[in-house]
Ligand binder design. Structure first.
Ligand code: TYM
Length: 327
């Protein structure tokens, strides 16, 4: 099975990106043919992530991948913009997708509310590029957080449409969604997902300093009452914190409830902050070491690009032949 996924280097990663996506990838690299990349061309759809910041974030994300446990000997790691065939295939796909389908995407509708009529066209055609990222390697499985499921569904539709119009080239990939942690919520508003584009007190960055983690958790919104109980409907904020505790500790939610029975929010939050700090510390340490040798990181990415690009070029040729573009 071929597995593929990526993260946008819009800023440093948060624990939602880690548990929704990367932690799933770690087990997959042991068994499958894996491609993990840094989606820098998707990042520039957000106006905040241009210039030296983008280049730095791209290397930071590469270091995070490796610090988290991705092994370049077991999977391909590369940067999206280093392989121009992705964008060429995205153009071809954009001619197959009705505009209405792109306008119906939840992510696009949410961002349209944020940007109004000044929303850029890249945010509309974002799923065409994402479909190209996936299908150019004929990937079968795409481990992502819940918010990206709709884009993977559209990728399936595009594959089906292309195959029926021009002859079979692509598999229909499926989204792989984690059982827990596929949609961590904002710490300040549990009705929203945790998001890098929101103010930083709403998420825990995987490289936040211990003091910052402590402050963010202690200030996180709680629900009325004082019981530590998982109840997403009536206690969405505490349920989100319990999920985070579960993800970091691997304890079941009911044993966490038991542990904090009668203890109140403050002592639960203190324990949660200590747990997060302890668990993130080795990853943070490793990432710091990796960033001391940027040449090595770049050479790992270049080696990944070299191998991935050969496959991308082959698929693109096959696509062009089917369509009637001269190759
Ligand atoms: P990005 O950078 O927005 O998100 C990266 C991954 O993190 C997941 N995620 C979350 N998971 C749980 N809880 C959250 N609050 C949370 N927020 C984000 C996302 O679902 C994602 O898996 N479009 C992709 C990047 C991309 C891609 C691709 C992924 C570009 N091309 C091809 C797979 C295949 C994205 O949104 O990244």
């Amino acid at each position: 099975m071929r597995v593929l996924s990526g993260v946008r280097p819009t800023s440093l990663l948060h624990i939602g990106n880690y548990f929704g996506a990367i932690s799933q990838w770690l087990q997959m690299q042991e068994k499958h043919d894996c491609f993990f990349f840094i989606a820098d061309l998707h990042a520039i759809t957000e106006p905040t992530s241009y210039g030296p910041i983008l280049a730095d974030n791209t290397l930071d994300v590469a270091a995070s991948y490796i610090a988290a446990g991705l092994n370049p000997k077991k999977c391909l790691l590369y940067v999206q913009s280093d392989i121009p065939e992705h964008t060429e295939l995205a153009w071809i796909f954009s001619t197959l997708i009705p505009l209405g389908e792109l306008e119906r995407m939840t992510q696009y509708k949410d961002l349209q509310k944020k940007y109004g009529s000044s929303i850029n066209a890249g945010l509309l055609t974002y799923p065409a590029l994402m479909a190209a990222d996936i299908l150019i390697y004929k990937a079968n499985a795409v481990p992502v957080g819940e918010d990206q499921q709709q884009h993977v569904e559209l990728t399936r539709t595009i594959a089906r449409k292309f195959n029926s119009k021009f002859g079979k080239v692509f598999p229909e990939p499926i989204a792989i969604i984690a059982k827990s942690g596929a949609r961590l919520k904002s710490l300040t508003d549990p009705s929203k997902k945790m998001s890098k584009s929101d103010p930083s007190q709403s998420y825990i960055g995987i490289f936040d300093a211990p003091q910052v983690i402590k402050e963010k958790i202690m200030r996180a919104t709680t629900d009325s009452g004082s019981e530590i109980k998982f109840d997403e409907k009536n206690k969405p904020a505490i349920s989100n914190l319990l999920t985070i505790y579960h993800l970091f500790s691997q304890m079941t939610v009911s044993s966490i409830e038991q542990k904090f029975k009668g203890k109140g929010y403050a002592s639960f939050k203190t324990a949660l902050a200590d747990l997060i700090i302890e668990k993130l510390q080795p990853l943070q340490e490793k990432q710091k070491q990796l960033l001391k040798n940027k040449e090595k990181l770049v050479s790992i990415l270049n080696a990944g690009t070299k191998k991935a690009r050969l496959i991308a070029q082959k698929t693109l040729k096959e696509v062009k032949r089917k369509i009637g573009l001269i190759v």
